[in-house]
Design a protein around this ligand. Structure first.
Ligand code: SF4
Ligand code: SF4
Length: 696
């Protein structure tokens, strides 16, 4: 007997479900109309990577498991809900789904589904209880229990609970030939029927079945307005994720006369940015990872994304649910500035573009590109930026470097070396292709050319190159800033000016490989110059040096008996995945014992200098470099190694300012300095090497 047919007003079950589905679709269509008002974005590249992302991040939810307890709870709820939808579909089709699934294989498919559904129903109920416990009792800082959060968790629990009860009442009252497979519902139904009369069992079945269908319908109507819409959008967000290099900011056409520069309103965002907003689960993992938030600054990547979603939803409020009814006037939310609505002005400038938020986000939301988009608009259209940036912009525009130094000083760091550092111009005198025949072009970078501390790093790099017998040259006066700080501060005009000049120079010499000790130059030359036609093989010095050691061309043999911790540069490790090479260089030096900080590799913590912050005052909250130095000191290491000129300066300053003089005997050094100092004294591979003094 089909028990579903006995339920009062049974024919209304499918009708109610169809009405709820129509309301769901209309609300989703209204979201799509807001997407249509945003900028077009086309996704046609790397379909395999995109599909893999759906499996890895959306179905297997690998990022959720970085926090094991919540990860398991979330996976149970997600998969439980997916499988339990089959039961709901069976109810609203009055048993049709059961008949279809049971039809092949003589009913075995249905029988196998029953215990899975039963186990998942219990897992979902347990997970909902755990989630509520975390939010009400444990209360991690990153989580907030909003009314929406309560509503959804209770709804999920109620839908699954009423479905399980309906199955139990049905088995207990009407029986079921497959009852043995319902490993939870059958004992529950038997227990209920042993204490309740048959009339109460029938009533229990009717009420729980109707309740489960009403709750599912309410869920459908409610979902498009909830953060739990990510159940639907996360799959699309994973497919449409950024698959280009993480460190590549979106290209910008400065010649487009009618275009708005950067992002001012949600209309200026791409529709994928709005999808990001509708996908945010409010989990707060980005907030937890953000160094600006951790040091008490107003920037919170979570509230920025939530703010963008609220603006989009606000813009929808002026639209009718029915697409054929046009609004009398454009939705005001569409033209409202994002800055000071979704994110405060100061917070836009607090970002160090470290990418920790993007790395932490389980649903692959891109925060950094949006923040830089806002900066572009503030700089290029409104001239609203921190006052101290004016001198940096002017310096880059006039002198080609943020230090305001003349190009003639670019080789000052070579003074006192016992060998001559060849320039590309001098090498090219031997013939037009002479530079391209060299093993590498050493891209020194502005920091190593003009900052006294980093000049020592440049000397160490060429010492290693000389020692290994590498044929190389530097650009000297022909080198300019890559434009990385200008680009990340939103000044695309200065970036493109510098980049085009450098590309013209590089294209003239056609170097085989560019080696640089600066992760920012490395990222910009390798990942961003392609947008302007410059395509080069760029290698970070950590990779190049580790190869030289591996090939036996460098043989460090002077012991350096120290415990050292290594600080990962965001633009090296997180953005470009260079994690093992600097550690391998350190590991090649006899005596060094590496002690990792808790936050390392892709999960490293910024030094505070990225995103142009090197040239801005840090007057909100505490200093980011002080926090990173505290983490380094926590390891008890006797030295701090880096592979980035900016990290080096920030950590050196952090150690100098550490409370109670804790950092006074600890040196911050670049890996090239440590390696060069461990090479045999007085010469290596027959070459004369300089005596490298301690930076003190
Ligand atoms: S990029 Fe870094 S500083 Fe900027 S919002 Fe993300 S985590 Fe915070
Ligand atoms: S942006 Fe990502 S990490 Fe941040 S709260 Fe939303 S879902 Fe979580």
């Amino acid at each position: 007997m089909n028990a579903l047919a006995q339920v009062p007003l049974a024919p209304m079950l499918p009708v109610l479900f169809v009405v709820a589905t129509v309301v769901f679709v209309l609300q989703m269509a209204r979201h799509l109309r807001i997407f249509a008002a945003a900028q077009p974005v086309v996704f046609s590249d790397q379909p395999e990577t995109r599909l893999r992302s759906v499996f890895v991040y959306s179905l297997a939810q690998v990022r959720m498991f970085r926090d094991l307890g919540p990860g398991l709870g979330h996976a149970a709820i997600f998969w439980g809900f997916v499988i339990l939808v089959v039961g709901t579909a069976d109810h609203v089709t009055l048993g049709l789904v059961h008949s279809i699934i049971a039809w092949p294989l003589d009913g075995w498919l249905w029988r196998l589904l029953l215990p899975v559904q039963n186990i998942l129903a219990v897992s979902v109920l347990g997970s909902v209880a755990y989630m509520l416990f975390r939010r009400v009792v444990v209360r991690p800082r990153r989580l907030t229990l909003s009314r929406d959060g309560w509503t959804i968790l209770l709804l999920i629990g109620a839908v699954v609970g009423t479905e399980l009860l309906a199955e139990a009442f049905q088995i207990g009252r009407y029986g079921d030939p497959d009852a043995a497979w319902s490993i939870v519902a059958t004992p529950l139904g038997n227990a209920l029927s042993s204490v309740l009369p048959s009339g109460a069992m029938e009533l229990g079945f009717d009420v729980s079945l109707w309740a489960s269908v009403i709750l599912v319908c309410y869920f459908l109507v409610y979902l498009p307005r909830s953060k739990h819409l990510h159940i639907v959008t996360a799959i699309f967000n994973a497919f449409l994720r950024k698959v280009r290099p993480r460190g590549e900011l979106p290209a910008m056409d400065l010649e487009a006369e009618t275009a708005r520069f950067g992002v001012k309103t949600i209309e200026d965002l791409g529709w994928k940015d709005l999808l990001d907003g509708f996908t945010c689960t409010e989990c707060g993992r980005c907030q937890d990872a953000c160094p600006a938030w951790a040091t008490g600054k107003p920037l919170n990547p979570k509230t920025m994304i939530m703010g963008l979603r609220e603006m989009a939803v606000g813009a929808e409020a002026g639209m009718s649910l029915l697409p054929w009814i046009k609004p009398a006037s454009p939705a005001p939310g569409l033209t409202q500035p994002i800055v000071d609505t979704a994110i405060p002005f100061d917070a836009v400038w607090d970002c160090v573009t470290c990418g920790a938020c993007v790395e932490a986000c389980p649903v692959l939301i891109e925060h950094v590109d949006k923040i830089v988009g806002l900066r572009r608009n503030l700089v290029l259209e409104e001239s609203r930026f921190p006052a101290e940036l004016t001198s940096s912009f002017n310096a880059m525009e006039r002198y080609g470097n943020p230090w305001s130094q003349p190009a003639s000083a670019r080789l000052d760091w070579t003074r006192g070396l016992p060998f001559e550092v060849p320039t590309a111009a001098s090498v090219a005198a031997a013939g037009p292709s002479a530079v391209s025949e060299l093993e590498c072009l050493y891209w020194v970078g502005c920091a190593a050319a003009f900052d006294d501390r980093n000049k020592r790093v440049a000397r160490a790099v060429v010492t290693c190159l000389e020692a290994a017998g590498v044929s190389y040259a530097v650009l000297g006066q022909e080198e300019s800033c890559t434009g990385d700080p200008a680009r990340r501060m939103g000044n695309e005009y200065v970036f493109q000016m510098l980049a085009k000049g450098n590309i013209a120079t590089l294209d003239r010499y056609k170097p085989r490989t560019i080696v640089t000790a600066c992760p920012h130059c490395f990222n910009t030359l390798g990942n961003e110059y392609g947008q302007l036609g410059g395509h080069y093989e760029v290698v970070h010095h950590s990779t190049f040096l580790s190869r030289l050691v591996e090939e036996g061309r460098l043989r460090p043999d002077r012991a350096d008996a120290r415990t050292m911790t290594y600080h990962d540069s965001c633009y090296l490790a997180r953005y470009n995945g260079v994690i093992a090479d600097p550690r391998s260089v350190l590991g090649s030096v006899p005596g060094i014992e590496l002690r990792e900080m808790e936050k390392n590799g892709r999960g490293g913590f910024c030094c505070g200098a990225g995103g142009g912050r090197m040239w801005m005052e840090e007057d909100r909250g505490t200093r980011i470099n002080a926090e990173r130095t505290r983490q380094a000191l926590e390891t008890g290491a006797q030295g701090v190694a880096t592979a980035c000129p900016f990290c080096l300066v920030m950590l050196r300053d952090g150690l100098a300012d550490a409370p109670d003089g804790q950092g006074k005997d600890i040196l911050a050094q670049d890996i090239a300095e440590i390696l060069a100092a461990s090479l045999p004294p007085g010469g290596h591979n027959g070459r004369m090497l300089p005596v490298l003094t301690s930076p003190g």
